[in-house]
Design a binder for this molecule. Sequence first.
Ligand code: XMP
Length: 305
Amino acid sequence: MVDVETFIEDARAEIAQEVGDAEAVIALSGGVDSSTAAALAYDAVGDQLTPVYVDTGLMRKGETEQVRETFSYMDSLRVVDARDRFLDALEGVTDPEEKRHAIGEGFIREFETVARDVGADYLVQGTIYPDRIESEGTIKSHHNVGGLPERIDFEGIVEPMRDLYKDEVREVARALGLEEVISERMPFPGPGLAVRILGEVTEEKLTVAREANHVVEEELDEYDPWQALAAVVGKATGVKGDNRVHGWVVAVRSVESRDGMTARAQEIDWETLQRIQSRITGENETVARVLYDVTHKPPATIEYE
Ligand code: XMP
């Protein structure tokens, strides 16, 4: 990247020129990439841009409220509550690829409704350089708004950050004055907590996953990980009071990485791990065990599905 200020100026000019007098949409996820792209595009074309945030129910704790607050200055912001529809679509789905597909489809459907409603001609996306590389290699069926251009005939797709790495995006976000919770936020996958839940996604597992991820993000912040996460990986026996119970098993993972393509599991001190364990089991009656994942990528992936 050239210097940040020049990048911002050029990106705004590029967006304004491409979109012209037309309408544009962007999917906001709460993450740093889409937030930064939305902020740039809104500066460039104002309310001609409709930022769309779909609350799939698979988001991190507090994410929806955070998005509402941060982007409240955008009059055109649309927040779609699709939580029930996503849970319905995921009922009984256990195959990882089918889950991703169901979420991707659902997301496109919700987004399409708004895009058609505002008569959007342009799609702005927060795609960054490593996304393009991963998509080309089809390492996983990527859920962003990947399938949308086939559904709606956009006049153009604008990707102002297509050549940036994550650390450069954060630099731009800081320069644009986005709050630290957003500019420094860890990457979070498009399909959300669903890829941190093995097997069927249920409301109960989602609650466990959401709380556990929150604990892990808080406790491991000082290690400055690329990503720190918790996944609900199954059930096992535990003891609560005088009873043996069959409770959830939560795996904790914290990795260092530059771009997510390879990653190293982080060494975390025992005291911190014990604090995480005690908070997760203490805050969730139904959790019987907490494990720490020591596997690098490869051979493991960062997420669990
Ligand atoms: P994996 O699990 O494949 O993840 O090692 C590499 C990086 O990509 C993120 N990830 C996704 N991001 N849509 C996204 O936008 C997805 O479907 C998706 N799956 C994984 C993951 O969080 C990690 O940063």
